[in-house]
Design a protein around this ligand. Structure first.
Ligand code: CO
Length: 135
């Protein structure tokens, strides 16, 4: 089952600039920065209660986050749900007619297993399923 909202992914042009809002305005602490080669992004994580904020800065001009920024500008990029069994959730999503971006989980930030559901099937919200510990 889905356990909680694990994190919100927020697309930004520059983590160095965006983190000032989270640190100075909201008073959060950046706990982890990581480049995720599989997604061509640099990430920075902040924690609020049981949920994280994941800032996403593209590291190439033709990756998905760069295209998102070009089309829609900075803002919420995806909602990630922590789940106990990502493969069974993917199977359930497929069986329900949902378009999948990943047929099988890939390795995301922090070595977690992640998979994305297409926003065309989720009313405009790119949806991530993840399992494993957030860094
Ligand atoms: Co994410």
């Amino acid at each position: 089952m889905l356990e909680k909202i694990d994190h919100l992914g927020i697309a930004v042009h520059s983590i160095a600039e965006a983190r000032l809002f989270y640190e100075q305005t909201l008073g959060l602490t950046c706990e982890h920065e990581e480049e995720v080669a599989s997604q061509q992004v640099r990430t920075a994580f902040f924690t609020v209660g049981e949920t994280h904020i994941e800032l996403l800065e593209p590291t190439s001009e033709d990756c998905a986050v760069a295209k998102f920024l070009a089309n829609r500008g900075e803002g919420i990029h995806h909602v990630a749900y922590a789940c106990d069994d990502i493969k069974s959730h993917l199977a359930q999503a497929r069986a329900s007619g949902c378009q999948l971006i990943h047929e099988t989980p890939i390795i995301g930030a922090g070595g977690k297993q992640v998979a994305f559901l297409h926003p065309k099937s989720s009313h405009g919200v790119l949806t991530e399923l993840c399992s494993g510990e957030t860094p």
